[in-house]
Write a protein that binds this ligand. Structure first.
Ligand SMILES: O=C(O)CCC(=O)C(=O)O
Ligand SMILES: [Fe+2]
Length: 543
């Protein structure tokens, strides 16, 4: 679980950390400059003393000579006094530095050990989801998701053998037995390369890693043998580490496992495993749909007779016809997306999601921070809402017809595992929910470009939407009869490089009754942006 004030679940908060570290180093640095000047005087005192007595400590002899006796007294009365003063000053300066650091800690959030764990898990997930090369990643190098772009990213610092070993143990504890072994090997490789790392501690680290590798291999093979290569909470290679296991009669089993081909199950009930596999593949940009489906998709300009759209038509790109998912290009201007981000920034708090027992929890299923913005907070917000109304044709009256703007920022490897946006439980008796209805549709605007990763994917519809600043994804969460449409399950892929910001606008069901009408027969779906609603939409939004 994640603590209230964690840092790793939002890149925006991580940026604060960069500034905090600069302040810390500046504080320590000015302490060092001052301390060094004074310590030079203390050093002088020590040197003078040592030279004066030349290593002899014969007290009778020292006081017998009046000149030596004079120096002794002078050292006590003058030299020692300054030295003593300086010792006091240095500790005051160091206290000042300490106090300053404490004040910084009180005023802001420092990274804590749970952040380090979160960051390690993020690296493991990124490596796993995007099939990154561990050897390269240990050197701080990784490639982007879009192979056509040939992006290569390089970190300023690589990972040491200790870092790799730390990650390996985390991977193991999290059930990533295959990657745990890879990180262990990377740790040994880095250790061999770290030249200044000789001596007993290095030797001990080497033993520890090897011991870990032996143990992890045994567990890896055991899990593979007893449970198979993939489950909800574990994964192994399709072959055992210990090749002797092949001879014990299970070789056919392992081979058939490694040959298993993935066939996407679109538009049908998927197991959690299958859903996750599709999610990851879509995140990597793999195509799960037939060419025929792709060929049926169109882009078009929408004006629907609205004066504002006649001047600047909505640019609609179909992503899927059933369920209907579209991308609305350039929905908001750069200025509008920046406003949403700036307003949300100071209010970000760790995101929660609906847990199995129906309460909201924080977990590694959703690693982001978010904030809610009410329309009256800023004069630009009603204009943003109007633009959304005009383009989608739905009603967005604050509170009843649409929720406040929810702005989210993802952290390192930040993601949101597959979920549905509809929240109303059929047995729900909450009067407000019964009054406004479920989330009939979602309009989600991307507030930033993301250099790599961070797509929104729909494992059941085989859709991947790539973030583009100002563009939005729109889809219907419900059938016309109000039942949740489970083919709209979707998730946010881990952010590989960059900072991803989105803004959700959830549209509620009952206020749409005249613009998104219910169907004539069971399980009819909405299949387009709602047509010809201008008069009614305008009338409603004037309230
Ligand atoms: O960030 C994304 O791409 C998806 C976010 C999402 O699905 C949600 O916030 O409900
Ligand atoms: Fe969602």
């Amino acid at each position: 679980s994640i603590e209230a004030d964690d840092v790793f679940s939002s890149v925006s908060k991580m940026e604060d950390l960069v500034h905090q570290e600069k302040k810390l180093v500046d504080t320590v640095d000015s302490f060092l400059i001052e301390a060094k000047q004074r310590l030079a005087i203390v050093e002088d005192y020590v040197t003078t003393y040592r030279q004066a007595i030349k290593g002899e400590l014969n007290s009778a002899w020292l006081v017998a000579n009046p000149v030596d006796a004079y120096h002794l007294i002078k050292r006590f009365t003058v030299d020692w006094r300054t030295t003593e003063q300086i010792l006091r000053d240095v500790s005051i300066t160091s206290n000042d530095a300490c106090n300053h650091v404490m004040m910084l800690r009180d005023k802001s959030v420092f990274a804590e050990s749970h952040d380090l764990h979160g960051a390690a898990i993020a690296l493991i997930r990124l490596q796993d989801t995007y099939k990154l090369n561990v050897t390269a990643l240990a050197d701080g190098r990784y490639t982007g998701v879009d192979q056509s772009k040939e992006q290569v990213f390089q970190s300023l610092q690589d990972l040491s053998s200790r870092d790799c070993f730390f990650i390996a143990r985390h991977a193991f504890a999290d059930g990533y037995y295959d990657t745990a072994l890879e990180w262990g090997e990377a740790a040994l490789r880095q250790l061999a390369r770290e030249e200044d790392n000789v001596g007993p501690t290095t030797e001990i680290l080497g033993y520890e890693i090897k011991h870990f590798m032996n143990y992890a291999s045994i567990v890896h093979d055991d899990v593979l043998e007893k449970k198979g290569p993939l489950g909800m909470h574990w994964q192994t290679n399709s072959n055992p580490v210990n090749k002797k296991l092949f001879r014990s009669g299970s070789s056919e089993k392992y081979e058939s496992l490694s040959e298993q081909k993935f066939t996407p199950k679109l538009y049908q009930q998927q197991s959690e495993d299958e859903q996750n596999e599709s999610y990851e593949r879509l995140c990597r940009g793999e195509k799960l749909r037939t060419v025929k489906i792709d060929a049926s998709l169109r882009c078009h300009l929408v004006t629907r007779g609205h004066p504002a759209l006649l001047l600047q038509p909505a640019k609609v790109e179909q992503q899927s016809l059933d369920p209907m998912i579209v991308v609305l290009h350039d929905l908001l201007t750069d200025h509008q997306t920046d406003i949403l981000r700036q307003l949300a920034e100071p209010k970000l708090a760790t995101s929660s999601h609906l847990g199995p027992d129906g309460t909201f929890i924080r977990s590694m299923i959703r690693t982001s921070k978010n904030a809610w913005l009410e329309e009256n907070e800023n004069a630009s917000l009603p204009a943003i809402r109007r633009r959304m109304e005009i383009v989608t044709g739905l009603i967005y009256t604050p509170e009843t017809a649409s929720e406040h703007f929810q702005v989210a920022n993802y952290g390192i490897g930040g993601l949101y595992k597959t979920h549905t946006d509809s929240t109303v439980n059929r047995e729900d008796t909450d009067p407000w929910m019964l009054h406004i209805g479920d989330r009939i549709a979602t309009l989600m605007v991307y507030l930033t470009d993301v250099e790599a990763g961070g797509a929104t994917v729909f494992p059941n519809a085989g859709v991947t939407c790539w973030p583009r600043k100002g563009s939005a994804a729109f889809w219907w969460n419900l059938y016309k009869n109000g039942e949740p449409d489970l083919t709209t399950i979707h998730g946010a892929c881990p952010v590989l490089h960059g900072s991803k910001w989105v803004s959700n606008k959830w549209i509620r069901q009952y206020d749409q009754m005249f613009v998104a009408k219910c169907g004539l027969h069971f399980l009819e779906k909405f299949d387009a942006l709602v047509p010809h609603t201008r008069v009614y939409a305008d009338m409603m939004s004037r309230n």
